[in-house]
Write a protein that binds this ligand. Structure first.
Ligand SMILES: [Zn+2]
Length: 228
């Protein structure tokens, strides 16, 4: 097989163009080579002794830099809390981050960087905490558009947003102590008793560790009666 020989300058130039985003097909036409050869040169498998930026390394490095930029704009807390986005916010209420020169949702970028998961067609990212600015990967998962609308409906209809994750942790602790009733806790947090029950059982805030199970309830109830 005959391969047209490239000068060192041409190889460097080709690699620079590849890094700038020129496709193998375009480069193949420009340099009168097969797309396979272009790919091998761009990846550094051919002309190993010649310099120039290597496409894959370049991409990887730029992603790493972006990742550092990204997490600097996130208020990272403990595992269970919401990690709020501190950067730009779009009209839809979600955080915005420029990724490969395209602005996309900050929560989306959080999934890409934390799990290497790129959003697939028809899938949206759901917030289990219903906090649009939250970038805690543990609160994010893929779902359909319909499921996402349902999340929002539930969040808007229910009073769960009146409680923070910290509140819920405290509420569960208070209840376990056996010294407080649902009503007393509801009054303290100025929410309904049903909000407290749901948060205790983990029907809401299911992502917060330590929901109160049935056996805990009986135990806590007995304890309460003894204390009263
Ligand atoms: Zn969250």
């Amino acid at each position: 097989m005959t391969r047209s020989k490239l000068t060192n300058d041409q190889v460097v130039h080709l690699r620079e163009l590849a890094c700038a985003g020129y496709s193998n097909k375009t480069l193949a036409e420009m340099f009168h080579l097969s797309q396979n050869s272009i790919s091998s040169i761009a990846l550094g498998r051919l002309y190993q002794n010649v310099g120039g930026p290597i496409r894959e390394f370049f991409k990887k490095r730029s992603d790493d830099l972006r990742e550092k930029d990204f997490w600097e704009k996130v208020e990272i807390q403990d595992e269970s809390s919401c990690w709020l986005w501190k950067g730009k916010v779009g009209a839809n209420g979600y955080g915005v981050f420029k990724f490969h020169s395209r602005p996309i949702g900050a929560h989306q970028v959080a999934l890409i960087f934390s799990r290497g998961e790129y959003p697939k067609h028809g899938r949206v990212i759901r917030h289990s905490c219903n906090v649009k600015l939250c970038c805690n990967p543990g609160h994010l998962r893929y779902g359909t558009d319909a499921e996402n609308s349902m999340d929002t409906l539930i969040a808007n209809a229910g009073p769960t947003q009146k409680l923070s994750v910290e509140d819920v942790l405290n509420i569960r602790k208070l209840y376990r102590s056996g010294l407080f009733t649902h009503r007393q806790i509801a009054e303290k947090y100025m929410v309904s008793t049903s909000t407290i029950s749901s948060a205790l059982r983990g029907e809401t805030f299911s992502f917060v560790p330590g929901p109160v199970r049935k056996k805990d309830l009986i135990h806590a109830g007995k304890h309460y009666r003894k204390a009263a």
